[in-house]
Ligand binder design. Structure first.
Ligand code: DHE
Length: 520
């Protein structure tokens, strides 16, 4: 919000002051005067982010009024405490926290009009740096909405570029590791060229978005939207719109899309729907991917199921489930999916070949399947999943679909990570008094063997490894934060790179090879 104190505004403030005794401040009027220039007349964003309950998320109540009063450091958002009274700040906070009277239209025309190729972009013919392009690691710095591009060997910062507001979820790399796509909660998708170290362009694919997924062949980028209730599919080449798919259940109930995932072995996207008990599978190959002739091709003889599906590119299949499932994790080969039925406190396993639920397992305390990891122990594949509301990590046998162990930690964690060559699960504690602790859990004994506390009192979270697994990068998730680089053999600290509230870190090689131990 940039204040524009001109004659009209002073007159308006005078008027507001004069009528303060009779009427409560009008949040809409204050918004129009003070905020609309940056955040858009309809609160859908401009140079500043969209101001909608969906995009503000947990920024509500006192947190929101405090932010309006104090401003946001390192951004264009000024402090309003000297311009507006406490009552006026509360009124404008209430205004931006209220849902819009009607869902704005954000379809093909609006998305296309938002497309903004970067005029200064010229594709390089080879990397403009000498570092190993496969060991480059991105650090998302949410503190001032930037990404740092790190040389994964020397940890030099090769570039630092600005992103759209509030990046969420993992950036997605093209299969060759050359380009990366980054999404912000207010629906902007940015394409960046890792060889040229330059933005290619951006487009606003939704008004409030969750995450993105790139098709296995690197051609299509799907954007999961809360607002409007759509899935946007873009051409990864030029960010043009390929399809905007309205999302509604079989009975017509509209639904938000919680998340979209790529299923490399199936040639499809899989969608978690927030409001209806269905999973959608969308073909990403011209022949209709996994259901190209109206059948889902099972790996198990006799388990093929006739389906009245659409055919061809972006054909859609609906899989009915007993309740909406959030947050998915997949087994290798993408035959089974596990989703969280958060209301029931269970994990539900859906066999994607036959399109049916085949198991449920107890997962109370808001499991965060999206940051689960899996590995092989004694010839059996296990997965580990943290719980956002409880200090525990559930270990699941993926053959039997049973919880075989619950590991206690010192508080609720958000992210798990490991690497093929690393014997530990690196599990953070994201909330509570022990938010500075990083647990190392032995992947064989399933015991916590070490707790690192590199910055007592500060949030320490999210681990990523270098390509060879010899270094682990951990965030001190604070405004004046850092990325700590550990030697994974000795667990000693090698260096600390100052960063602005670093969140996720993403190594090109680990991501494009679907390295065991990384998030997909
Ligand atoms: Fe995330 C990934 C959902 C809140 C930071 N988060 C994901 C993914 C999902 C998800 C489905 C996987 C998408 C992908 O990478 O393609 N996140 C949710 C929620 O439902 C939840 C709990 C509530 C919400 O408001 O959306 C939530 N997430 C948060 C945060 O508050 C975090 C800590 C801070 C932030 O930036 O918003 C946060 N989420 C992240 C990060 C990843 C992520 C850094 C990518 C992790 C990775 O290693 O891939």
């Amino acid at each position: 919000m940039i204040p524009r104190i001109g004659f009209c505004n002073l007159a308006l403030l005078g008027l507001l002051a004069g009528t303060a005794l009779q009427a409560a401040p009008d949040g809409a009027m204050i918004y129009a005067d003070q905020c609309a220039a940056c955040h858009g007349a309809g609160r859908l964003g401009g140079t500043g982010p969209a101001l909608l309950p969906e995009s503000l998320g947990r920024l509500t109540g006192e947190k929101l009024t405090a932010l309006i009063a104090a401003g946001r450091p390192m951004t264009q958002m000024p402090a309003f405490k000297d311009t507006l009274s406490a009552a006026e700040i509360a009124a404008v906070a209430a205004h931006v926290s209220a849902p819009l009277p009607e869902v704005p239209v954000w379809g093909v025309a609006e998305i296309t009009a938002s497309r903004a190729p970067d005029p200064g972009y010229h594709p390089a013919t080879k990397p403009v740096f000498t570092a190993d392009p496969m060991n480059v690691t991105l650090v998302v710095e949410t503190g001032d909405h930037h990404v740092s591009v790190l040389d994964g060997d020397s940890f030099a910062v090769l570039d630092r570029f600005s992103t759209p507001f509030a990046v969420h979820g993992g950036p997605k790399f093209t299969p060759d590791g050359r380009y990366v796509f980054i999404m912000s909660r207010d629906g902007w998708v940015q394409k960046y060229d890792l060889w040229s170290l330059h933005e290619v362009g951006r487009v606003r694919a939704g008004l409030n978005s969750r995450n993105i997924a790139l098709s296995p062949d690197g051609q299509w980028l799907a954007v999961a939207n809360y607002l409007p209730n759509t899935l946007t599919i873009l051409s990864a080449a030029d960010l043009s719109v390929a399809r905007v798919m309205p999302v509604a259940g079989r009975d017509g109930t509209p639904s938000r899309v919680s998340a979209v995932y790529q299923a490399p072995d199936r040639g499809s996207f899989l969608l978690a729907l927030k409001d209806v008990p269905e999973i959608w599978e969308i073909a990403t190959t011209p022949d209709g991917g996994p259901f190209h002739d109206g059948f889902v091709h099972s790996h198990e003889a006799g388990m093929e199921e006739a389906l009245a599906t659409e055919q061809g590119l972006f054909a859609r299949r609906r899989i009915a489930v007993s309740a909406p499932l959030d947050d998915f994790f997949f087994d290798p080969g993408y035959r089974n999916l596990i989703g969280a039925n958060r209301g029931a406190g269970t994990g539900v396993v859906v066999n994607l070949d036959v399109g049916r639920e085949i198991a449920t397992l107890p997962l109370p305390g808001m499991p965060h399947l999206g940051s689960g990891i899996s590995w092989v122990r004694d010839g059996r594949r296990l997965m580990a999943v943290p719980h956002l509301e409880e200090g525990r990590i559930s270990i699941i046998d993926m053959q039997e679909w049973q919880v075989i162990k619950v590991i206690e930690t010192s508080g609720p964690g958000f992210f798990l990570r490991s690497h093929d060559g690393n014997p530990y699960i690196w599990a953070d504690v994201f909330t509570g008094p022990n938010k500075g602790q990083m647990h190392l859990i032995d992947k064989e004994t399933l015991e916590v063997v070490k707790v690192l506390t590199p910055a007592p009192g500060k949030t320490v979270a999210h681990t990523e490894f270098t390509r060879d697994g010899s270094r682990a990068l951990v965030s001190i998730w604070e405004q004046d934060g850092a990325v700590i680089v550990y030697d994974t053999a000795t667990l000693t600290e090698i260096t600390r790179l100052p960063m602005r509230k670093p969140s996720g870190k993403y190594n090109v090689w680990n991501k494009i090879t679907f390295e065991d131990g990384t998030s997909h």
